[in-house]
Design a protein around this ligand. Sequence first.
Ligand SMILES: NC(=O)c1ccc[n+]([C@@H]2O[C@H](COP(=O)([O-])OP(=O)(O)OC[C@H]3O[C@@H](n4cnc5c(N)ncnc54)[C@H](OP(=O)(O)O)[C@@H]3O)[C@@H](O)[C@H]2O)c1
Length: 361
Amino acid sequence: MSEKLNVAILGGTGMVGQRFISLLENHPWFEVTVIAASPRSAGKTYEEAIGGRWKMDTPMPEAVKKIVVRDVSDVENVAKDVDFCFSAVDMSKEEIKKIEEAYAKTETPVVSNNSAHRWTPDVPMIVPEINPEHAEIIEAQKKRLGTTRGFIAVKPNCSIQSYAPALWAWKEFEPTEVVVSTYQAISGAGKTFKDWPEMEHNIIPFISGEEEKSEKEPLRVFGHVDGDHIEPATSPKITAQCIRVPILNGHTATVFVKFAKNPTKEQLIDALVNYSGEPQKLGLPSAPKQFIQYLTEDNRPQVQLDVDFENGFGVSIGRLREDSIYDWKFVGLSHNTVRGAAGGGVLCAELLKAKGYITKK
Ligand SMILES: NC(=O)c1ccc[n+]([C@@H]2O[C@H](COP(=O)([O-])OP(=O)(O)OC[C@H]3O[C@@H](n4cnc5c(N)ncnc54)[C@H](OP(=O)(O)O)[C@@H]3O)[C@@H](O)[C@H]2O)c1
């Protein structure tokens, strides 16, 4: 029997689900053995269920083609065959909350890409390089759920990954106010140009719910474990505008920051490039060697050149310069479906396995 942990992908036919399946091909610790989606796909082989919907640049892994897709709602049937699952289903928030909790109650940990549980007080929202210690709250959650090994952990929204890592790397300089505009790729809506032709040569100045997430989620990630809940940080204050742009993969952010201290440009750049966290220390399989790179050229970071930095797990920062109203301004870029979605989930699961929260059943 394989030593690898068997994993189910809930929502495995969607954009994020496909990214999970691609990233987990030949993963040293995890093996996709179950794929679940809506009743529309259930009963078909993965290859048949996907039909013409494969959206990755790399071919569909052979190992998953013949897996018969199960129904996400058939919780016991999916959970019995796996050690844990990744969740990337698109249902209503209430339905997702219920179904993820149902999986956790079958003693099957859930690492979720969805926003439904991001503000459940005892569910950790983890960026492994920033707040790995939030995993400690899992004990309180298990007590509430009445489980011994089942729990839910989530990763934050894709939009924050292009600037929150820099703000965290600069915490010693105490960022107090942040103004951010995000320029977000269409894959963040689960779409390609084929399914969303109106996005060609176009910009849409609205992404439902995204500005609130961009302003609030960094504070929960920067918060601390306080008994039975995560207490969000109260600083910096963040205000955001989120714009959809005609880019397939890669969220760019332009950011203005005020600090309580007065860092120099050299100090800020040093803090970025020297920052590393638990994934680097533990040598997790998907951990980028360099979490944040700083690019000195005036025309970087660019989506075409930089989105795949560290296989899409790294964050690129550039154009750091003094501002006439705020203290400093910069541009950030991250891969929204790798670092921002499935990759962030895989790295989170690797961290939880390394810390003993996810084990063989
Ligand atoms: N795309 C991103 O970059 C990104 C980033 C962060 C978070 N997210 C979140 O991740 C989730 C998935 O996003 P996506 O872009 O991958 O969406 P998507 O491409 O539309 O895929 C949705 C998935 O959910 C399944 N599904 C839909 N309705 C269902 C139902 N009633 N019961 C069971 N399964 C159902 C679909 O199965 P069928 O194929 O059978 O319909 C499919 O597998 C969403 O909650 C989204 O907000 C996405």
